[in-house]
Design a protein around this ligand. Structure first.
Ligand SMILES: [Zn+2]
Length: 243
């Protein structure tokens, strides 16, 4: 019971700290930075679509000891969504449980995977003034020491600056001593080339690295990742630019 209460107090404290940091960034940037990239358009506020990659029978990348990225993606995405809502941001989660969002009448895995991606694209493209934050995990079996979080942006306006700021946020608390640069997403990635909104993929860590896989399963590390991603979005929404 005491452990549960302490855990709850820790999580609430972490949420509160993230909120304070995010709002401080918003207020500070509001005085000094360029016009926000993401703002109310034709009276419609921004909706951040928070995408937990994969799900259901599609586990995505899998570590050598069987940890599927879909579960980690969901745990982190739910917290990104909660933190952004806590800061007053309108959001939408592509999934809030371990499911595929494919049309239910399809039978083959190939059909269901294709339908799942098409439905994610449709959800983003039917949401007015949307920004996509897609949460995934990486894997590079040829280099089991490679680790860290990296952000990839699509070709829509605003995505590159969003990726730069989220990467900066991740570099300052997740990638210390292992800073990474954000990159443009290859044009072959269906979800990101098909959406008409700015979007970034956050590859939170490498399931091919055993130590990082262990960290990625810890609730406190998942919260740290979520807080860095949410704070990065809030900084960008406030108009900050990386120079
Ligand atoms: Zn993935």
């Amino acid at each position: 019971m005491i452990i549960l209460i302490r855990k709850r107090i820790f999580l609430l404290s972490a949420l509160f700290c993230c909120f304070v940091v995010g709002m401080a960034a918003v207020l500070w940037c509001g005085h000094t930075q360029a016009a926000p990239v993401f703002s109310v358009r034709d009276g419609v506020p921004v909706t951040v679509v928070v995408d937990a990659g994969h799900g259901g029978e599609d586990g995505g990348a899998v570590s050598p000891d069987g940890v599927e990225e879909s579960h980690l993606n969901l745990a982190i995405a739910v917290q990104v969504n909660d933190l952004l809502r806590f800061a007053g941001q309108k959001t939408l989660l592509t999934r809030s449980e371990d499911i595929t969002i494919a049309d239910p009448d399809l039978t083959t895995i190939r059909q269901r995977k294709s339908s799942d991606l098409k439905n994610r694209v449709a959800l983003v493209n039917s949401t007015e003034n949307a920004v996509l934050l897609s949460i995934h995990q990486n894997s590079l079996p040829s280099s089991t020491v490679t680790h860290g979080a990296q952000v990839f942006w699509n070709r829509q306006e605003g995505a590159e600056v969003l990726a730069e700021i989220i990467q900066d946020s991740l570099n300052s608390c997740i990638n210390v001593g292992n800073e990474k640069l954000p990159k443009q997403i290859p044009s072959t990635i269906y979800l990101m080339k098909s959406i008409t909104a700015p979007g970034v993929i956050v590859e939170c860590g490498f399931l091919s690295n055993p130590a990082e896989t262990a960290r990625l399963q810890q609730p406190s590390y998942q919260l740290k990742l979520a807080a860095a991603i949410a704070a990065g979005y809030l900084r960008c929404a406030a108009g900050e630019e990386i120079t």
